[in-house]
Design a protein around this ligand. Structure first.
Ligand SMILES: [Zn+2]
Length: 300
């Protein structure tokens, strides 16, 4: 059965006017239930992750400051959320959710986390709405426990996966592939194993051509045991932060292509959501919902 990580703690109230659309998590779960793409049985509630797995990926100095709410104000501003105990707990639950999704995917082809994809978190700091790097924590968990020996991160959020690239720069067992807007944040990019920087306003056909040129080649070259897919929907032309020009349909085809390619090669996929900042919340939720619809369509 399809397993989807979701927890009441994913809801996190933000001050009025905050630019992060936190409500999308709730709305997405409701939409998927309402339309019948999933039922309540598909959802599971992850536990907070054991701190030892946080410390496997993040520095103890950073984690201590984070959990004691003692991060310097400058670093808090860089992350972009007001810090509370609940926010830290939320990040722990999301990180465990991504690990659980990997384990479910390895058993049963695909599993998705309704949150996560916090790819801007580094070893010793967070930024861009990211506190803990869930993909990195999950990758280290799977490798240390000898559950897999090769991981491919496919990061299609419009922003480069700078934290993930930096964390695995010297780790050949995690291949980082990022397709992102060349002119988007972060302005100074890290070096992924494969970076494809795309021009402003690139729309569906050329985007899908680049993806279809590269993804199968990378899979054949890397032969991963699992794909981590970061399915950010800030690639939409309606996005306020992203500079690409995908239509909703193009974004949906992107998701279908990733799932279908993984299925063709017999590789399990764990999905985390990443960003989405369109003006209209319906554009965000609909595009994220398409990721779930495509997962069900391709694998079920
Ligand atoms: Zn993003």
């Amino acid at each position: 059965m399809l397993k989807i990580a979701f927890s009441p703690i994913y809801r996190y109230p933000l001050p009025d006017g905050h630019r992060f659309p936190m409500i999308k998590y709730d709305l997405l779960a409701d939409q998927l239930l309402y339309e019948g793409t999933v039922t309540e049985e598909n959802f599971f509630h992850p536990d907070p992750i054991d701190e030892k797995w946080i410390l496997r990926t993040h520095s103890s100095g950073y984690w201590e400051q984070l959990k004691n709410l003692e991060l310097p104000a400058r670093q808090v501003r860089r992350i972009g959320f007001p810090m509370t105990e609940r926010l830290i707990m939320r990040s722990r639950v999301i990180a465990q959710g991504t690990i659980d999704c990997c384990l479910y995917a390895l058993k049963n082809t695909v599993s998705l986390n309704i949150a996560g994809g916090t790819h801007h978190a580094y070893h010793d700091r967070g930024e861009g709405f990211c506190l803990l790097n869930d993909f990195a924590i999950a990758a280290n968990y799977l490798l240390d426990n000898k559950i897999v020996s090769q991981i491919l991160v496919v990061d299609l959020d419009v922003h480069q996966g700078n934290g993930t690239a930096s964390l695995f720069e010297k780790e050949p067992r995690v291949f980082t592939f990022s397709m992102h807007g060349a002119a988007n944040y972060p302005l100074v990019k890290e070096k992924s194993d494969l970076d494809i920087a795309l021009p402003d306003f690139m729309d569906d056909a050329p985007y899908l051509k680049v993806l279809s040129d590269w993804l199968p080649t990378v899979i054949e070259q890397i032969e991963p045991d699992i794909v981590f897919y970061l399915s950010g929907v800030d690639v939409l032309k309606t996005d306020k932060l992203g500079r690409l020009g995908l239509s909703r349909e193009g974004c949906k085809e992107r998701d279908r292509f990733v799932f279908q390619t993984c299925k063709n090669y017999g590789i399990p996929v764990a999905v985390a959501m990443g960003g989405g900042y369109s003006e209209q919340i319906k554009d965000i939720v609909e595009a994220h919902a398409n990721t779930y619809r495509m997962a069900v369509d391709v694998f079920y």
